[in-house]
Each structure stands twice: as C-alpha cells, then as structure tokens.
Design a protein around this ligand. Structure first.
Ligand code: AMP
Length: 229
C-alpha cells in the first residue's frame, strides 16, 4: 500500500468508536502520520500553555474549542515534513464551518481534491456509552478498559504503576452531551462526503482487527485507483 502520491484520509465516528486506534493502525500501514485533534489539544492542556489554560474548562465539559484554536495547531501540524506524502485526520472536522475551512486549506495543500477520502466508523450510542464509561487512562499515555482491557492490578497502570483515572469528558453526563453534539454536527459533514462519492463506511462494532481489515481493504482499493488513475 505505498504510493508516492499524496493521500489524505479523514476519519469520522462517534467518541469511543475507536477511530483514533484505527487511524494509528492505518498510519503504521501506509506510513503517513495520524494527526489527532483531541491529542493536539490535550497536549496543550497537559503542558499548561496559554492555549491549554484557555481551553481546559471547555474540554472537561466535552464542548468544542473555538475553530481558531484547533485550526492553528492542526494546520501547522499538517505542514510538517513527515506529512509530505499525506496524513490521516482524526477528530477534525467536527462541524460544518471546520469542514469548509479544511476543504479550503486542502485545496492549497494538495492542488487536487481527488485524493481526499472520508472513513466513517459506525458505532451505536449504546455501545459508545459502554466503551467510554469503562475507559481508564494513565498520565503516561496508556489506556485501559475495566471490562475489555483491564490492567493487571485494579486501578493501577501496568506500564508505570501510577493510579489510573477517568478522563474528565468520559463521565456519563458528559458522554451524553458529546454524543448529542456529534450527531448534530456530523450529519451535514458526512452528507458532503457521501454526495461527492468519497465516503468509506465501516461497521465499528467488530474486533479492532476486523475493523482494521475492513478499512485496509477499502483504502487499498482507493489507493490503487488513485495510482492507476
Ligand atoms: P477527542 O479526543 O477526539 O474525543 O477530543 C477530545 C476533546 O477535544 C473534545 O471533547 C473537544 O473538547 C476537543 N476537540 C477535539 N477535536 C475538536 C475539534 N475538531 N473542534 C473543537 N474541539 C475539539
């Protein structure tokens, strides 16, 4: 699955759909970086930068940070050398105005819209609540799930021995709000990619490997089409 031409994949899916994990796996496979909007923002908060201090509250409530904040970080990241052959976006765009800004930006970066595709990982709200409600994280970056991927010792990180915690935006009331925002904002965005024939839909309620295989198959077919087209 290697190509010299630039490919841009935009991953969509509700919180907890595993899109971050899948984006990383595809990144490994086709050797282009996965850029996570949430991760870029969390780094600002953890590093206590001016931006981080300004967005901390919004993020802990599960709200969306202003476009200007995420776009400044993201557009800078997209221009780094390692993204020259393309990149994968995870968590952006999340609303119509971001989508419009991204399309404008990509026109400048790629010169051709043809190599941009959207990957939608479908997961029901019920499943999202189970997945996120049981997620536990560690300051070292490790993540666990109390049922699907528990640490060896309850509440303690296997890797560094620190106490695990619940992400502020994984609390049940916040999860419900995040899902509401997701459905409202994402529908018109997905519609755009569907109408332009660039949408790959994947059933996200399978094993990580099965979802990965599904994405690889569709993405490979696209890359072959691009390379030969
Ligand atoms: P995620 O890791 O994708 O679940 O994102 C975590 C949090 O970061 C979200 O709940 C938002 O507060 C913020 N965030 C992530 N992506 C965006 C975005 N595209 N626009 C605005 N806020 C975002």
């Amino acid at each position: 699955m290697r190509t010299k031409r630039k490919i841009i994949l935009i991953f969509f899916g509700p919180p907890g759909s595993g899109k971050g994990t899948q984006a990383e796996m595809i990144s490994e496979k086709i050797k282009i970086p996965a850029i996570s909007a949430g991760k870029l923002l969390r780094e600002e908060v953890e590093n206590k930068t001016e931006t981080g201090k300004a967005i901390e509250k919004i993020m802990s409530r599960g709200g969306l940070v202003p476009n200007s904040v995420i776009e400044k970080l993201l557009f800078k990241r997209m221009l780094k050398k390692d993204a020259a052959r393309g990149f994968i976006l995870d968590g952006y765009p999340r609303k119509k105005s971001q989508q419009d800004n991204l399309i404008k930006k990509l026109e400048g970066v790629t010169g051709q819209k043809d190599k941009i595709f959207a990957v939608l990982i479908n997961v029901s709200d019920k499943e999202v609540k189970i997945r996120l409600g049981g997620r536990r994280i560690c300051a070292c970056g490790a993540t666990y799930h109390i049922k699907f991927n528990p640490p060896k010792k309850k509440g303690i990180c296997d890797l560094c021995g620190s106490k695990l915690r619940i992400r502020a935006d994984d609390k049940p009331s916040v999860i419900a709000d995040r899902l509401k925002i997701y459905h409202k904002e994402i529908a018109p965005i997905i519609d755009y990619w569907k109408k332009s024939g660039r949408l790959i839909k994947v059933d996200g309620e399978r094993s990580i490997e099965a979802v990965h295989r599904g994405i690889v198959k569709s993405v490979s077919a696209l890359i072959n089409k691009i390379v030969s087209g």
